[in-house]
Design a protein around this ligand. Sequence first.
Ligand code: ME8
Length: 518
Amino acid sequence: MRRPPVQSTAMPYYLTTPIYYVNSTPHIGHAYTTIAADVLVRHQRQRGEETFFLTGVDEHASKVARVAAEQGLQPKEYADRIVEVWRELPRRLDATNDFFIRTTDDGHKRFVQEFLERIRANGDVYQDVYAGLYCVGCEAFKTESELVDGKCPEHGIEPEWIEERNWFFRLSAYQEPLLGLYDARPDFVLPAFRYNEARSFIAGGLQDFSISRAGQPWGVPIPWDPDQVAYVWADALVNYLSALSYARPGEDLRERFWPGVRHLLGKDILRFHCVYWPAMLLAAGYEVPRQLFVHGYLLLDDRKISKTLGNVLDPLDLIDVYGADAVRFWSIRAVSFGQDGSASVEGLRERYERELANELGNLLSRTTAMIARYRGGAVTACPSPGSAVASLLAGLAGDVADRLDRYDLTGALERIWEVVRGLNRHVEAQAPWQLAKDEARAAELDRTLYDLADGLRAVAVALAAFVPSTSARILAALGADPADLRWEGVAYGRSDDLTGIAPAPPLFPRIDAPTAAA
Ligand code: ME8
């Protein structure tokens, strides 16, 4: 048994999403985690950090083999087809993942075998007979006490009785090391209530669990017993490490990115990530992750959106109608990130019209139109440190960065939006259309137009992680470099002379078929 290692510092930023099951197509809940992860990684890049962003799919599940059989396909054949839809998800969401892992990749399978061998070599694997109730929805054994009316409360299905001789992982031996880890690192799991949940689970006593399955060929063969395959979770969790070993041919990214990893996940898979995974890593002689953030469920009419329950919102349909940026914006704004909350297509439409089209889009249209109309598209740079816009922007960069460091994506976006609303108030208060009538106030008009353009530019840089293509369009419309997203740009007075500014077309045009995706 190994002691929990001391946390390393000054590591680059490596972020993961769960790898999603391919038994069905993606729904908005999967998009949710992928969007949140992308916001965090893009933001770190703006701060000049070296980053690695991993997402992908979990293929060796019993439920995947079942769906394949229903369709008359071999599991791999089925997975090869549906994986294309899953690859589309990050692409269409404008997510900037550095690698997309499939657990059927040879590099992953080899790594899993080696990983399991290391646990075995450490004396933490033994053979025993397991008999119990298995929920194929969770891909996990259930105790009677976890069931409601004999059914899995998560999936609403009756678990199946399974009895087989399996290989077991001695999780019970890791209770003390895990408690030591949790005590030494109070920010190991966030938010705090999830940390408490995980810690109480560990403190309540840990039972060994089976890491292999007999009688089903779909999976990674157990190296010392090829009649069995790795239990899907013992295979899937290892992806976070395996990917680093083969994502860049000829390079071992583990040296740079492990253990500086942050895992983002939903509350449904807390135990696997916050308890099983660190124990498996300790057993295999690896350092545990830097941090895990567990977010809540996105609810649709107060029920969890899930494939099994059938109340699925297809994120790709929503993107077709509203665009990736609007879907990203809405999903972060609709529910306070970390908590459970409700989302609806009506809410998306409402935010699209009120916040994106009116508050942000009109601000850009008016600002550029006034610069074009009153100043022929050109204003000399004239920052005035005491101006209203200067104070609006004061503290923005620090506040947003602090919130994102605490995974408060919703709070960070709201902080930026306060500035958007402030800029709108500034237009009304300054009434440039009045200033334009009075030649004596020409300098005041110049300052007002410069400040509006500069405020919008700073806002666009701050928004880049959330709504990347909108941000680029704002910067381009203001004559700024859309590729320069350095975080230092989130400050007042960084705009050069404005030249060649033309009235910008609407950022968020009216959508005439708003219910098309409903
Ligand atoms: O659990 N709200 O895959 P999965 C918010 N393969 N997030 C949601 C959500 C919802 N309604 N529904 C899903 C698995 N998610 C395993 C993971 S990792 C080594 C293996 C998101 O397809 C959320 O991140 O069931 C959740 O944890 C994950 O999708 C579950 O995806």
